[in-house]
Structure formats: structure tokens, C-alpha cells
Ligand binder design. Structure first.
Ligand SMILES: NC(=O)c1ccc[n+]([C@@H]2O[C@H](COP(=O)([O-])OP(=O)(O)OC[C@H]3O[C@@H](n4cnc5c(N)ncnc54)[C@H](O)[C@@H]3O)[C@@H](O)[C@H]2O)c1
Ligand SMILES: O=P(O)(O)OC[C@H](O)CO
Length: 328
């Protein structure tokens, strides 16, 4: 199969490497210098150093070439959420594509499938998500992902592209559920990073993860998702990974904020996108519109906006009235 991966960050590169073990894969980097270096060095020194490329992977800075390459194959969109709309707009009208980004679009508050319906209504589109640090996939360590699409044949195409010994693909048709899980877990990982950075303990972390999962599920159900999706890889699975794994950029944002660093300094030190920073406001916005209570996500947003200091955000959560664990 011919596959083009658009976006040469850590995750786009890791999946391009995985797919290239069995397919003809072209990785598009928007920066010509970066594309030349990738092609020459056959390793992504900036985002995934120490992981040499398989023979089946080539790089280009020509978007036209990348679009032609997978015209009858599969596109994997590896840009951050902020660039998903423009990337979708560049695709052929009837392309088959999965995006890899996790978040809500800042400003509009839309999920990927809602942007896809606006920009490429005739294309076959889906989302690939699940608990997956790029570095571990590049190392060939076992990982499970979910390919979610309304079109079952499209989900099967993702399986053909990526399923192999170390990378296990499950399929789903709950696109909204998979996307809500991926977007909200990033915001919650900032919260557990703050709690761990303040040394609040393992009890606090378990409480944040569990109550965060309840928030994620409430929002998802209000948006038409299915409850079981939040118990799966793209819900609980990705939340546990991101909230506890120190490879997570979102968790690291929380850890650094707890040390008292200002957000611009945190982002400069990170050097990668941390989608929770950009999705927190839109999670809160969608929750407000739908009348969904999301106190942890709201506290993270207040922290990122500079309205609360890390310890104040924690106090705000602890001072809430007692209530039943389930129900209103
Ligand atoms: N890194 C991971 O482990 C991982 C795993 C699963 C999902 N994701 C998701 O994948 C998405 C990308 O993450 P990443 O880790 O690869 O980010 P990254 O910070 O490593 O790289 C981002 C890349 O996107 C490129 N980019 C930014 N704007 C662009 C544009 N307008 N057009 C083309 N390219 C553009 C940058 O040049 C850079 O190469 C995020 O939504 C992230 O949440 C990441
Ligand atoms: O490093 P993070 O926090 O962006 O998380 C990466 C992946 O989404 C984990 O599944």
C-alpha cells in the first residue's frame, strides 16, 4: 500500500517508520531543510533521535509529491490539532485519511471529525488514537491503537497499513468517543503532573485519574459517544499512560508548572506540542455549552490562564461539597 504521512514530528515519524516495514511510505515535512536532513541522515534527529529508518521510508518537502503518492492509498495526518484543518483542506476530495492528533480545535471547539465534515465531506476519514508514546513505538515496543471510522472498510485499511507483531490495531465506529478520550486525557495529565509536582501523593493521583475519567465520560456521553469507549484503550488506557508516564509532554507541563515556571517558559523547554494546553479552554467551553460538570478540567484551564496558582487549583478541587460518587 502507498502511504503518505503529513507532518514529521515525533508521532508522524514513529508511525511512518512502523508502516514502512511493509509498505511504501513517504513522510512530508513542511520545512525543506528538515526534509533534506531526514532523507540524508535517515533518522529524525530532532524529534526521534537514535531510531534509524527502515528502507521503505522516504522523506519529502513537496506536498504535491506526498499528495500524489497516496492518492489511491492512505494518508496519515501527523500535524498538531492546530494544523488539522489546513492539512485536510490540502487532501484530494475523496482521500482516505486518519488523523493522529488529539484535541479540540482552539477557537471553534470542534473535534477532528467535525472539522473533517466541514472541509472534506466526500473523503473517507477517521482517527487513530490510543495509549502510545512515539518513542516506544519507534523502539518497536508492544503498543495497541484504535482506528475509529464510521466506514468499516476504512478502519480495515488502517489495520492493513499498521497491524503487525508489535503494533496491535483495534477498530471502532465510535469516532466521537475516541476523540473525546484523546482530547480530555491531555488536560487531565496536566492535572496529575501538577499534583505529582507538588508531591501530593499517590492517593491524590489515583483520585484525579478516576474522577477525571468520570469527567471525560460525562462530556463524551453528552456529545453522543458510547460509555464503553471510555473504559477502553482511547479512554482509560490513554489516560493512565499520559497521567502517569514521564514521557508525556502534557504531564511534564504540569510538573513544570508546579515548580513555579511560567507557561511560556514551560513550552519553550518542552520543544514539542502539548495539546492539553490548547484544548483546556475548548474542553471547558464544550462542557459549559452542554451543561456538563468538569471541575478538574476547569481548574487546569484556570491554572493555564494564570487565574489560579498550582496550590490554589488543588485547594479549589478539595473544597468542593461532598457528593455521591455516581450521579449529580
Ligand atoms: N508524540 C507522541 O507520543 C504522540 C502519540 C500519539 C498522538 N500524538 C499526537 O500527535 C500530534 C502530533 O504530535 P507530535 O508528538 O508528533 O508533535 P511534535 O511536537 O513532535 O511535532 C509536531 C510536528 O508538526 C509540525 N507542524 C506543526 N504545524 C504544522 C503545519 N501547519 N503543517 C505541517 N506540519 C506542522 C511541526 O513542524 C513538527 O514537525 C499531537 O496532536 C499529539 O497529541 C503524539
Ligand atoms: O506526550 P503526550 O502527553 O502528548 O502524550 C502522547 C500520547 O498522546 C500518549 O498516548
Amino acid at each position: 500500500m502507498r502511504i503518505s504521512v503529513l507532518g514529521a514530528g515525533a508521532w508522524g515519524t514513529a508511525l511512518a517508520m512502523a508502516a514502512a516495514r511493509r509498505h511504501d511510505v513517504l513522510l512530508w515535512a513542511r520545512d525543506a531543510g528538515q526534509a533534506q536532513a531526514l532523507q540524508r541522515e535517515r533518522v529524525n534527529t530532532r524529534y526521534l533521535p537514535d531510531h534509524p529508518w527502515p528502507d521503505g521510508l522516504q522523506a519529502t518537502a513537496s506536498l504535491a509529491q506526498a499528495l500524489a503518492h497516496a492518492r489511491d492509498g492512505l494518508f496519515l495526518l501527523g500535524t498538531p490539532m492546530a494544523a488539522l484543518r489546513t492539512t485536510l483542506r490540502a487532501l484530494p476530495e475523496r482521500a482516505s485519511a486518519f488523523w493522529l492528533c488529539k484535541g479540540f480545535e482552539a477557537g471553534t471547539g470542534l473535534l477532528g471529525h467535525e472539522i473533517g465534515a466541514q472541509e472534506r465531506p466526500q473523503a473517507r476519514l477517521g482517527v487513530l488514537s490510543g495509549p502510545s508514546f512515539a518513542q516506544e513505538v519507534a523502539q518497536g515496543r508492544p503498543t495497541a491503537l484504535v482506528a475509529a471510522a464510521a466506514d468499516t472498510d476504512l478502519a480495515e485499511l488502517a489495520v492493513q497499513a499498521l497491524h503487525h507483531d508489535q503494533l496491535r490495531l483495534y477498530t471502532s465506529n465510535d469516532v466521537a468517543g475516541v476523540e473525546v478520550g484523546g482530547a480530555v486525557k491531555n488536560v487531565l495529565a496536566i492535572a496529575t503532573g501538577v499534583a505529582d509536582g507538588l508531591d501530593l501523593g499517590l492517593n491524590a493521583r489515583a483520585a484525579l485519574i478516576t474522577r477525571g475519567l468520570a469527567e471525560m465520560s460525562r462530556l463524551g456521553l453528552a456529545m453522543g459517544a458510547r460509555a464503553e469507549t471510555f473504559m477502553g484503550l482511547t479512554g482509560m488506557g490513554d489516560l493512565v499512560l499520559t497521567a502517569t508516564g514521564d514521557l508525556s509532554r502534557n504531564r511534564r507541563v504540569g510538573l513544570m508548572l508546579a515548580q513555579g515556571l511560567a507557561l511560556p517558559e514551560v513550552l519553550a523547554r518542552l520543544g514539542h506540542v502539548a495539546e492539553g494546553v490548547y484544548s483546556a479552554a475548548t474542553v471547558a467551553q464544550r462542557a459549559r455549552e452542554l451543561g456538563v460538570d468538569m471541575p478538574i478540567a476547569s481548574a487546569v484551564q484556570a491554572l493555564l490562564d494564570g487565574r489560579l496558582a498550582p496550590r490554589e487549583a488543588v485547594s479549589r478541587l478539595m473544597q468542593r461539597d461532598a457528593k455521591p460518587e455516581w450521579g449529580v
